[in-house]
Design a protein around this ligand. Structure first.
Ligand SMILES: [Zn+2]
Length: 73
């Protein structure tokens, strides 16, 4: 079994994820927020949403690191 590194830091990733436990949690919360945002405001793209999220002061550093990884795709 090969151990993968987290896409956002140098720790080992979880088996079923490209992220470590903390970044996985951050990633899950980003997806949840995105769904809530789409429900509330309609068609915002994933990329636009990530851009807005990274510009918000309230956004935590775990989430910002996940956003940076997602925007690189
Ligand atoms: Zn990580």
């Amino acid at each position: 079994m090969t151990t993968q590194k987290c896409a956002a830091c140098h720790r080992n990733a979880l088996q079923d994820s490209k992220y470590c436990v903390d970044h996985k949690q951050a990633s899950d919360s980003v997806i949840t927020q995105y769904k809530a945002w789409v429900d509330a405001y309609g068609g915002i793209s994933w990329q636009d949403f990530l851009g807005k999220l990274s510009a918000m002061r309230e956004t935590g550093s775990w989430v910002k690191e996940v956003v940076a990884v997602e925007l690189k795709k």
